[in-house]
Design a protein around this ligand. Structure first.
Ligand code: ATP
Ligand code: MG
Length: 258
């Protein structure tokens, strides 16, 4: 399903946090949203998810607004992983991942064998099966992040909105999780928008990068087009070197300023 954002302006009552943002994400495309702290990435994700109404402009998923789709249909179509998810501490990881199946289960029904199979499979693929019986309050930050990601993937959504899905993960689990996110598109089309801070990984894994700064899209394109020392200096206020990684694109390496 494609996503079309047209001239969206949004905020929280004060000055606009998103200003005239337009973006089209094609079906099965993975777009990485970059930008410094406070640029508006999370706000954009919430607007796309239909959780924060824009002051003006429109967001449509496959041509229809969240209101047209209806809440239940949106919950089936779109999985949204917030930057700071709420964790019921006494819930087990297994129970939490099964909540991802809720939009597919009838109102008074319980989960069936397929729901349990899907939840088990994503936990295994994210190296989190051993956590299924542990309480969310008793596992590490990175373990919890893998469980939250597992919940979003267990939903089998057509649109996946990920707000910094791998920030708490070690480098091995980061790459594994991003590979897994990309690979779900082999079986069926999934449109992905992910806010990411790791510029190198964003460049390696996404199809296209969009750089947000002060609520506006200031660059959009391939990794080589967006990850330039000039754009990074201008918007992140730091010096970087761009290094070729043979066979794998480029890496962004920070330089010490002093
Ligand atoms: N609930 C809120 N009420 C008021 N202002 C908010 C709220 N949420 C975010 N903001 C403000 O909106 C701006 C954009 O915030 P947003 O969370 O979208 O940024 P971000 O790009 O996701 O940043 P980060 O990289 O730190 O996650 C910031 O200036 C922030 O202070
Ligand atoms: Mg954010």
């Amino acid at each position: 399903m494609s996503i079309t954002i047209e001239a969206v302006t949004a905020g929280y009552g004060g000055p606009s946090v998103l200003r005239d943002v337009s973006l089209h994400v094609a079906e099965n495309e993975w777009v990485g949203i970059l930008g410094p702290n406070g640029a508006g990435k999370s706000t954009l994700m919430k607007v796309i998810a239909g959780l924060h109404p824009p002051a003006s402009g429109t967001v449509t998923v496959e041509g229809a607004t969240p209101r047209d789709h209806g809440r239940r249909r949106m919950a089936q179509l779109v999985a949204y992983l917030p930057q700071d998810p709420f964790f019921p501490e006494s819930m087990t990881a297994g129970e939490y991942v099964l909540l991802g199946r809720a939009p597919h289960i009838g109102y008074f029904a319980v989960e069936g064998p397929r729901d349990i199979a899907v939840a088990t499979e994503v936990l295994e693929l994210l190296d989190a099966a051993h956590l299924a019986r542990r309480h969310l309050g008793d596992i590490s930050g990175g373990e919890r992040q893998r469980v939250v990601l597992a919940r979003a993937l267990a939903q089998e959504p057509e649109v996946l909105l990920l707000d910094e899905p791998t920030t708490a993960l070690d480098i091995g689990h980061q790459v594994a999780a991003l590979e897994m996110i990309g690979s779900i598109r082999k079986d069926r089309p999934v449109t992905i928008v992910a806010a990411m801070h790791d510029l190198s990984l964003a460049g390696q894994f996404t199809d296209r990068l969009v750089l947000l700064a002060q609520g506006r899209i200031v660059a959009s394109g391939t990794a080589r087009e967006v990850l330039t020392p000039d754009l990074i200096r201008e918007h992140y206020n730091t010096e970087v070197a761009i290094v070729d990684v043979p066979g794998d694109g480029i890496a962004v390496v920070p330089k010490r300023n002093g």
